[in-house]
Ligand binder design. Structure first.
Ligand code: SAM
Length: 385
């Protein structure tokens, strides 16, 4: 990996209170989520993809932290937790830094992924199955998280897994799962009258399309599915609450009231360009979006080499970015700022903090470029005579 990106990753992890050495364990080559989804998405650039993997893990971690704090009062108040459909443990890398290994349970249909996590992190592993009826696990957990599995299930399995996994929620616990909302249904597709639209493709090259494709749901469908679990359960939908584009639903155990739970989505954004001006200053620009309803990105503060330098209020309209975020609660914004060469020498790490009124911050990185050389023939304003 490019050492510049490695430095970005290490800095980013430290900002989230995560030990980079422990977190950055090698990723097994069988991880389809990384090799078949993230890597092709970033034109097979392994350095950018690694940064995006870490970014998505931290976004997952921020959602998890808000559940742990909002429902239980913090990680130190948690008993055991289950990450169902954990894959190769994107979340486990983080959870093992917040909880003891014996508090963490992971389950997946990929048994090698579970065995690898047990061997690597010392957590408890459970092998899952195609059929929820034969999934054999009797534990009760404070948090049962199912990240990006219901977003891939056909109707019957959606109901069956919801019912099966809800049975694993302890008396003060919650089930949290993510879905693709109907707002991001691919162009040309029409939502099924049932409220779940299933498409027969996925990032997995091994899972049968009868059990794992791409599904899109309405809130009414999910609400009705939750109502089948038990009458009067407290549940919340957090639009864009997980990953980059999934909605997070949190359902309480009977009697657990989630009406006060708040959960924001980390602001997203990135650098897009840097120009060297005629006086040698650098002008950086980029975009950002806040997906949490009711929140705004109040300022972008700029740090160079870790030290704060300046801040700007993002005020540029970016309708061109909106098409990438269908169904977003807020409009995307643009920002730009200038740094002198004294402020940003070649090779310096420039970090933009996208600060949201939600209390969450998104971070993006750039490296100050070498001074541009521009050799040219000169010009004159004098008219030719
Ligand atoms: C998109 S990945 C998400 C992985 C992980 N939650 C994360 O965020 O990195 C979906 C996962 O669902 C798992 N999965 C699919 N069907 C399953 C089943 N019946 N039981 C358990 N896991 C399943 C897949 O093996 C895969 O690891």
């Amino acid at each position: 990996m490019d050492p510049v990106y490695r430095a970005f990753i290490e800095d980013y992890l430290r900002l989230h209170g995560v030990d980079p050495v422990k977190f950055c364990k090698p990723l097994p080559g069988q991880d389809e989520m990384f090799f078949n989804a993230i890597l092709p998405n970033y034109e097979f650039d392994s350095s950018i993809s690694a940064f995006k993997f870490v970014e998505s893990a931290m976004r997952l971690g921020e959602a998890y932290r808000q559940i742990a704090e909002g429902v239980f009062g913090g990680f130190d108040k948690l008993g055991t937790v289950l990450d169902f459909a954990s894959g190769w443990g994107r979340l486990t890398r983080l959870l093992e830094q917040r909880l003891r290994p014996d508090q963490i349970y992971v389950a997946d249909i990929y048994h090698q992924a579970i065995d690898w996590q047990v061997a690597t992190f010392g957590v408890n592993g459970v092998h899952s199955a195609k059929d929820p009826a034969v999934f054999d696990h009797a534990g009760k957990h404070d948090i049962v998280l199912v990240g990006s599995m219901f977003s891939h299930l056909p109707t019957e399995l959606f109901h069956q897994w919801l019912e099966r996994l809800y049975r694993l929620v302890g008396p003060r616990g919650v089930l949290a799962f993510s879905v693709h909302d109907e707002a991001i249904l691919p162009a040309g597709e029409v939502m099924d009258a049932s409220g779940l639209h299933y498409l027969r493709f996925s990032e997995s090259s091994s899972l049968d399309l009868d059990i794992y494709g791409m599904s899109y749901v309405t809130e009414a469908f999910v609400g009705a599915a939750i109502a089948r679990l038990a009458p009067g359960l407290s549940w919340r939908r957090f639009p864009k609450g997980l990953y980059e584009n999934q909605d997070l639903y949190v359902v309480g155990a009977p009697g657990v009231d989630l009406s006060g739970l708040t959960l924001a989505s980390s602001p997203m954004g990135g650098f897009e360009s840097v120009a060297t001006l005629s006086n040698g200053d650098l002008e950086f620009s980029g975009w950002a979006i806040e997906r949490t309803p009711g929140a705004t990105i109040s300022q972008v503060s700029v740090h160079v080499g870790g030290a704060p330098v300046l801040s700007v209020v993002p005020g540029i309209e970016r309708p061109d970015v909106l098409k990438h975020f269908p169904g977003s609660a807020n409009a995307p914004v643009g920002w730009s700022f200038r740094l002198s060469r004294d402020q940003a020498q070649a090779g310096a790490t420039v970090r933009a903090h996208l600060q949201s009124s939600s209390g969450l911050t998104g971070y993006c990185y750039a490296r100050a470029p070498e001074p541009a050389t521009f050799t040219y023939s000169g010009w004159s304003r004098r008219a030719l005579r």
